[in-house]
Write a protein that binds this ligand. Structure first.
Ligand code: IPM
Ligand code: MG
Length: 358
């Protein structure tokens, strides 16, 4: 198979982790007899600096004509005071929109070897395996009107949470279909005691559930779900939620599993899938070669599964990551005191060597 990938490394640790992810993809392609073609383009702050646009036309064209896109991370303190549309994040949000990527899948798995790396007790996190299904193109991120106006001292800001029935329905179907292949349990997270969007969300999700009699559906308010996620993470299977709640819960799930650096994601639903680690650009450690590349590497696994339907290849990456962790390989974010840490490229090389050895 020919794998045509667009790589948009972005800012901070983005280039470091995507380099390792591409090295792993190259190894998998070689091992299973696929041809890899990839082109690298600017996005986010890197693109702003180069061209004044966080998603330049040639980047968008390359992404739209690829089979799948790998993104590193966007953002950095240098851009904090830029107007909204000239921020690195605007490039990523526009890319998700242009790709029609409404479904963001964020698995949070606690690897056996890392049970003691979680700030929670090992017996609490043991066996945690969650799939967060986050709606990615609606809610507060995209709702109109939005503004920040007025004279200093009397300014007013507005954001709008907006959802249509069809937007809720399509993401609910993604969650129900996924749950059918897992433990058949969905927790739909909302704030329907306060928000109209959430009331609609709950009604539509309940309606879709009627078509999936073998899946059990429960509803939970976001505040209580956040608490449950640290109290009893193993009770979660599929979590279905709107854009902002999903953004928050997925970082929290990273903490539960030991490090946000481990979490991968797939942003799908449109013609071209976008694969991005859940972590940000981590400006504090950028360029030091110490970032954890596993989130980006596992995102390649999700790419192989969801864009190319190469399940064996995807599993080979997931197995290799489990193996290197059980061999004791740790990047700085995972190492406990007294444990030595691998660099970003050493960790990537370990995954490649496990892949080549099996
Ligand atoms: C994420 C990030 C993005 C988001 C930012 C960088 C726009 O936090 O992918 O979780 O909020 O979606
Ligand atoms: Mg986030």
């Amino acid at each position: 198979m020919q794998l045509n990938i667009a790589v948009v490394p972005g800012d901070g640790i983005g280039p470091e982790v995507t380099n390792q992810a591409i090295a792993v993809l190259r190894a998998v392609a070689q091992k299973f007899g696929h041809t890899l073609k990839h082109t690298t383009k600017n996005i986010g702050g890197a693109a702003l600096v180069a061209s004044g646009d966080p998603l330049p036309p040639d980047t968008l064209d390359a992404c739209l004509s690829a089979d799948a896109v790998l993104l590193g991370a966007v953002g950095g303190p240098a851009f904090d005071s830029y107007p909204r549309l000239k921020r690195p994040e605007a490039g990523l949000l526009r890319l998700r929109q242009e790709l029609g990527a409404y479904a963001n899948l964020r698995p949070a798995v606690c690897y056996a070897a890392l049970e003691t790396s979680s700030p929670l007790r090992a017996d609490v996190v043991h066996g945690t395996n969650i799939m967060i299904v986050r709606e990615l193109l609606g809610g507060l991120y995209f709702g109109q009107p939005r503004s920040l106006d007025g004279e200093p001292g009397a300014r007013v800001a507005i954001n709008t949470m907006r959802y249509s029935e069809s937007e809720v329905e399509r993401i609910a179907r993604v969650a129900f279909d996924l749950a059918g292949k897992r433990r058949k349990k969905i927790l739909s997270v909302d704030k329907s005691n306060v928000l109209e969007c959430s009331r609609l969300w709950r009604e539509v999700v309940t309606g879709v559930a009627a078509e999936y009699p073998n899946i059990s559906l429960a509803h939970q308010y976001i505040d209580s779900a956040a608490m449950l996620l640290v109290m009893k993470p193993t009770e979660f299977d599929v979590v279905l939620t709107e854009n902002m709640f999903g953004d928050i819960l997925s970082d929290q799930a990273g903490g539960v599993c030991g490090s946000l650096g481990l979490l991968a994601s797939a942003s799908i639903g449109g013609k071209v899938g976008l694969y991005e680690p859940v972590h940000g650009s981590a400006p504090d450690i950028a360029g030091k070669g110490i970032a954890n590349p596993l989130g980006a590497i596992l995102s390649i696994g999700m790419m192989l599964r969801h864009s190319f339907h190469l399940e064996h290849e995807a599993e080979s990456i997931e197995t290799a990551v489990g193996t290197v962790l059980s061999q004791g390989c740790r990047t700085k974010d995972l190492a406990r005191s007294g444990e030595s840490a691998l660099s970003t490229s050493e960790m990537g090389a370990r995954v490649v060597s496990v892949l080549n050895a099996h």
